[in-house]
Design a protein. Structure first.
Length: 492
């Protein structure tokens, strides 16, 4: 995991000093939001940008004004004073640095989420961290002033929280975490609502709820409602403001896009059968490579197919069980704990499917109404994709380090397209910073490959199915340990 963390930080810095400041269509609007909030106001779509510079992309309206303010509030104390001090370039680079730090949180969060969703799979968390860190969209959003830098870590944490509730139950600590994460997520982007719903449903279906004495049903419903109440208190006012200004809670200005941005309305069928839609939304590993190139799509599709194959193997019972004498046949029957564990795993899988389907349906509807199939929108389901990919790369222990290493080598190519070691622009000493950051990112990649090798070797001595990619024994201190001992007194 530490290699993946080093990689994403260094790669984000290398990209930040490669790409021209305010060089994208949205970054100037995000910066304007930060400075506007620093001066005590919220931006308005029709008012355009209040704070501009003569360089970078010039945008006609404030087209990120519909987003809640949490991300911008975090950047304002750093970016705002630099802007007011007459250092706009330094303000932009400082904002990008903060985005890199925020997006980096997603790497350990991905490892944690994988562990909570599927506890006992030793190699899964590290691989989930790797495939998260090397995603081109993660590096790009971590190198720019975009609210995705905060949004994605919160999405990953929500995935882990929902998975933990389904696998091991709800504790006070998990409830506090869920309340904070759901409130923060809804105060960052409206699309977080998918995971807010997932958390609520997971709490309602949780294996057990260990909070306080009282009727089990009341305790369970209370636990599910607390994150919703916190989110409404934190962000409800902003969505009501959106409705007052635009007529809808999302704040979307679809008519303006159709009239001024050459957007067109299409049927949902046209969108769903258009390859451009799928390449646009799910091109999370392509970097700056041509979206029609299959080379980077293999980075996504091959591990996904391997992960699905591993899942089918589990559903079909894995390896054939050995013959057991009839007198001892009862020992092979699943115990209560095993049945509960399988049910928890099945619920996590169903949650993954539901969130993915809802995201696709939402994006099809959005694009059909004139929206753009932007890769950033798939970040909502990236935790699902990365966990399945990690399972595909690590399920077969003997081949896991080879697969992970080969995947890392393949992922370096699209990453290479995102950096310029000899960049010449308005940022002083940019080339030197890029070169240093690039070297550090390669060090991180090597550490990731070595870590994969050591993880594979660590499982070599495991007896039984665990040595061949099946779940290993629960580690001491794992929340899953002792679940059945607590089950009798859990829902009180």
């Amino acid at each position: 995991m530490w290699g993946a963390l080093l990689f994403v930080l260094a790669a984000s810095v290398a990209r930040a000093f490669t790409y021209p400041p305010l060089g994208s269509a949205d970054e100037p609007a995000h910066l304007d939001y930060v400075v506007t909030l620093w001066h005590g106001h919220l931006p308005v779509f029709e008012d355009g940008l209040t704070y501009r510079v003569p360089w970078g992309v010039q945008v006609p309206v404030q087209w990120v004004a519909q987003h809640p303010p949490l991300y911008y509030l975090l950047l304002a104390p750093v970016v705002g004073p630099l802007w007011d001090g007459g250092h706009p370039l330094l303000a932009v680079m400082a904002g990008r640095a903060l985005s890199a730090l925020l997006i980096a949180v997603a790497v350990p969060a991905a490892a944690w989420a994988a562990w909570r969703c599927f506890p006992g799979h030793r190699r899964l968390p590290g691989a989930a961290a790797v495939v998260t860190a090397f995603a081109g969209i993660i590096v790009q959003q971590g190198s720019s002033i975009y609210n995705d830098a905060l949004y994605y870590p919160l999405v990953v944490l929500a995935c882990g929280i929902a998975g933990a509730a389904l696998r091991t139950g709800v504790t006070r600590r998990l409830l506090v975490g869920a309340t904070l994460v759901v409130a923060a997520g809804m105060t960052t982007r409206l699309s977080f609502a998918l995971w807010a719903v997932a958390v609520v449903v997971a709490f309602l279906l949780a294996r057990n709820v260990r909070l306080w004495r009282g009727p089990a049903v009341v305790t369970r419903i209370t636990a599910a409602l607390l994150p919703v109440v916190a989110a409404a208190a934190a962000s409800g006012w902003f969505y009501l403001r959106n409705r007052a200004l635009t007529g809808n809670l999302s704040g979307r200005q679809a008519e303006w896009g159709l009239e001024h941005a050459n957007r067109v309305e299409r049927s949902a069928t046209e969108v769903a059968t258009d390859g451009t839609f799928w390449r646009g939304v799910f091109g999370i590993y392509r970097g700056a490579v041509d979206p029609l190139s299959w080379s980077t799509w293999l980075l996504l599709l091959v591990p996904l197919l391997l992960g699905l194959a591993a899942g089918v193997t589990v559903l079909l019972g894995g390896r054939r069980a050995p013959e057991v004498p009839a007198a001892h046949a009862h020992r092979t029957r699943p115990t209560t704990a095993q049945r509960r564990d399988r049910l928890g795993a099945a619920l996590v899988v169903l949650m993954f499917v539901a969130v993915t389907v809802l995201l696709v349906v939402t994006e099809v509807d959005y694009v059909a109404g004139g929206g753009s199939p932007n890769t950033r929108y798939s970040m909502t389901v990236m935790p699902v994709l990365t966990i399945v990919m990690a399972a595909g790369l690590t399920w077969w222990r003997r081949a896991s380090w080879v697969l992970v290493t080969a995947w890392i080598v393949g992922a370096l190519f699209p990453y290479w397209t995102l950096v310029d070691l000899h960049v010449a622009g308005m940022v002083p000493h940019a080339a030197r910073v890029v070169q240093l950051a690039f070297v550090l990112s390669l060090v991180g990649a090597v550490v990731c490959a070595v870590g994969a090798f050591l993880e594979a070797r660590a499982g070599a001595g495991t007896s039984g199915p665990a040595g061949d990619g099946s779940p290993v024994a629960t580690a001491p201190g794992d929340p899953a340990a002792g679940q059945d001992r607590a089950a009798a007194s859990s829902s009180r």
